[in-house]
Write a protein that binds this ligand. Structure first.
Ligand code: CUA
Length: 374
């Protein structure tokens, strides 16, 4: 009898610990700062569709899970061998009714769940239509996102930060970098996955294919995203942010991005293109893509850079110009930002370039104090 009480107590303690672990694991999000990547807190109709599909399935799984676990415990306790009891286990060779029912019941449950699942998949795969749709081509690079707006009158070419108007469907065409033939061709084409959890599910970006994904945000805000397919050394630093704005603010942003505030020639001269060859990879002309690297014409209008790894400020920018591979691992990538410090660039030169970019690629320049006199 004593032995039995002891075993009950031990089982009780184990159950309390298990429940506490599960409950504590779910606490993280409400106490810490939100990293803005929460599929359970949708901010648009497509992500909400996914959550509405998930919720009933979750509760179905809870009921089935508790039933199975509860049944297991009940049978284990109820029919266990009692102290002093000697008995042979009853030999059973199959039970047709039982086997048919535990095959048919799950099949019926899965068939029922398939109906809303397939409907949601089809609904999310449907391309939005109408005059409100904003079309953007997303090119996944190692390791940053290139955004090319493709609607008539909107040829904005930017990187890592996707501006969108709220309440309007955004139709994304996801693709890899240009293929390697004919020359000039660029490699670094591997599979990535585009994911902004608060705005929709994820979609793989496969070189050589064009994939479709749509987004829509309810209200202005910043929604962070992340490459969700391992794509090499800096996969974790291949992030992005979607900046949702009111349609008026968005239109103003488009106009500012299309304006060539400082001439291409002046921008190239300011970064000392003759020495460092920045324009070989970057573009300094608005609405024109760089060969393999982000368009810098409006760099200082962005809040972050390098695949959203660094906030855009003087310190981060000059250190990046000086030694990019030291700030974000590039490994043996075919093409990447060079380590200019090993190509005889001085820190003063890197700081001068950073100050020039921060001053001349901003729609409303607000040069940092460190740049006074540079
Ligand atoms: Cu791109 Cu992971």
């Amino acid at each position: 009898m004593l032995d039995r009480t002891h075993r009950f107590r031990r089982a009780g303690t184990a159950a309390v610990i298990a429940i506490a672990v599960v409950m504590l694991a779910s606490c993280g999000d409400s106490t810490g700062p939100s990293n803005k990547q929460n599929a359970l807190r949708p901010a648009g109709k497509y992500s909400r569709q996914i959550l509405h599909l998930t919720e009933p399935f979750f509760w179905i799984a809870v009921v089935i899970g508790l039933g199975v676990i509860g049944g297991t415990f009940f049978v284990a306790l109820r029919f266990r061998e009692k102290p002093g009891e000697e008995r042979a286990v009853k030999q059973v060779h199959g039970n047709t009714i039982l086997e048919i029912s535990w095959t048919v019941i799950p099949a019926v449950i899965l068939a029922i769940m398939a109906v809303p699942t397939v409907a949601t998949i089809f609904s999310l795969a449907k391309k939005p239509t109408g005059p409100n749709v904003v079309n953007v081509t997303v090119t996944a690079r190692q390791w940053w996102w290139q955004f090319t707006y493709t609607d008539p009158g909107n040829g904005v070419e930017t990187a890592n930060e996707l501006h969108i108007p709220v309440g309007q469907p955004i139709s994304l065409t996801l693709q890899g970098p240009p293929e390697c033939s004919p020359a000039p061709c660029y490699l670094n084409g591997v599979i990535h996955s585009f994911w902004v959890p608060e705005l929709n599910g994820k979609k793989d970006v496969v070189p050589g294919r064009k994939q479709f994904l749509k987004l829509e945000a309810d209200k202005p805000g910043i929604y962070q995203g992340q490459c969700a397919e391992y794509c090499g050394l800096s996969h974790a630093d291949m992030r992005l942010r979607v900046i949702a704005q009111t349609p008026a603010d968005y239109q103003a942003w488009v106009r500012s991005q299309l304006a060539q505030k400082v001439s291409e020639t002046a921008l190239k001269a300011g970064v000392d293109n003759a020495t460092w060859g920045c324009a070989t990879c970057h573009s300094f002309k608005s609405a024109v893509a760089g060969a393999v690297a982000p368009n810098l014409t409006h760099l200082a209008d962005r809040t972050a850079f390098a695949g959203d790894k660094y906030l855009l400020n003087f310190d981060n920018l000059w250190k990046w110009v000086y030694d990019a591979p030291g700030r974000k691992p590039m490994g043996n990538l075919y093409q990447h930002m060079p380590a200019f410090n090993q190509l005889s660039m001085s820190q003063a030169e890197a700081q001068k370039i950073a100050c020039f970019l921060l001053t001349n690629t901003a729609t409303n320049p607000n040069p940092p104090s460190e740049c006074a006199g540079k």
